[in-house]
Design a binder for this molecule. Structure first.
Ligand SMILES: NC(=O)c1ccc[n+]([C@@H]2O[C@H](COP(=O)([O-])OP(=O)(O)OC[C@H]3O[C@@H](n4cnc5c(N)ncnc54)[C@H](OP(=O)(O)O)[C@@H]3O)[C@@H](O)[C@H]2O)c1
Length: 272
């Protein structure tokens, strides 16, 4: 248990910060009394502290004092301001950032010295403990620092480690933006169901469970997706007729282009 005896500071307990806090409390990885939080609004910090039994800090600087891990889950626009506030109080804590598009190098430069930084890119299903997250360590992070970050994030998501930070743009294009693509696909399936005579309610329920069940089947069997596709595809049957139409419409190429475009955009935003 890499988190044993560690004190965790959380700056920004909004959607993502709260999901992470709940995750580590629910799993027992970190007891509430070793979690310290700070938000912009004092009343929110105090209400959350009361509800979850965690400690409320008066400021961002007070929040990080004595912490082993500092999780920062504020919006990217105010990230620099928050780093400025904690710079002098950080000690040798590991900084774990979930902010989209903010590089380890940028965080290191803002903090000065040789800070241990780990960057993570979760996605929205993490808020219901079904996320997909990639992490990468900065220039001064140790293997144990990355392990600690993984231990926190795995309570709300599947976690993969990417060694080269450049790949975080690709992660943003694929799993970070992915929920938007899947929602569009589900909506399209529901429209399709309506077109062939089903009620929207039934069509959407079938679409959601088909996507969920197919993903689980792939996970449980660990088969190649092509093999599982072949199992549904009988000679002259319905699935091959549908697949032919999808191939004709360029589904595979369209998805590859979408992830490539989003990756490019993530890179542009990171540079701006
Ligand atoms: N939501 C997602 O699914 C998701 C996915 C991937 C990455 N992320 C990343 O996670 C980060 C947080 O996103 P979110 O969706 O959780 O945002 P959010 O719900 O708006 O939460 C932001 C939190 O930051 C707090 N905050 C604002 N200013 C602060 C300050 N000066 N000092 C301390 N706390 C402050 C807010 O407190 P108040 O409520 O008191 O204003 C709020 O609790 C972002 O950087 C985002 O890129 C989120």
């Amino acid at each position: 248990m890499v988190l044993r005896d560690k004190t965790v500071a959380i700056i920004g307990v909004g959607n993502m910060g709260l999901a992470l806090m709940r995750g580590i409390i629910d799993s027992g990885a970190v007891p509430p009394e070793r979690i310290v939080i700070h938000n912009k609004r004092k009343e929110r910090t105090e209400a959350l502290a009361q509800e979850y039994g965690v400690r409320a800090a008066e400021s961002n600087a007070a929040c990080v004092q004595g912490a082993d891990i500092v999780l920062i889950a504020v919006k990217p626009q105010i990230f620099t301001k928050v780093l400025g506030e904690i710079r002098g109080a950080l000690g040798d804590a590991v900084v774990l950032s979930v902010a989209a598009g903010i590089t380890c190098a940028r965080i290191e430069a803002e903090l000065g010295g040789v800070p241990r930084v780990v960057r993570a890119m979760p996605n929205t299903p993490a808020t219901i403990k079904e996320g997909a997250t990639a992490v990468c360590g900065g220039a001064h992070a140790t293997e144990l620092d990355v392990e600690m970050a993984q231990a926190i994030l795995q309570e709300i998501s599947e976690v993969v480690v990417v060694v080269d930070e450049i790949h975080m743009d690709a992660v943003t294009g694929l799993s970070g933006s992915g929920p938007a693509y899947i929602m569009l696909i589900i909506e399209a399936f529901a429209d399709a169901g309506v077109k062939v005579g089903l009620s929207r309610e039934i069509a959407q329920a079938l679409a959601v469970q088909t996507i969920r069940g197919s993903a689980r089947l792939l996970q449980v069997t660990n088969e190649h997706p092509g093999r599982l596709k072949d199992q549904v595809t009988s000679p002259g049957g319905t699935a091959i007729a549908g697949l032919h139409t999808l191939e004709e419409g360029g589904l595979r190429t369209t998805i590859i282009n979408a992830v490539e475009a989003a990756t490019r955009r993530a890179k542009e935003l990171g540079e701006s």
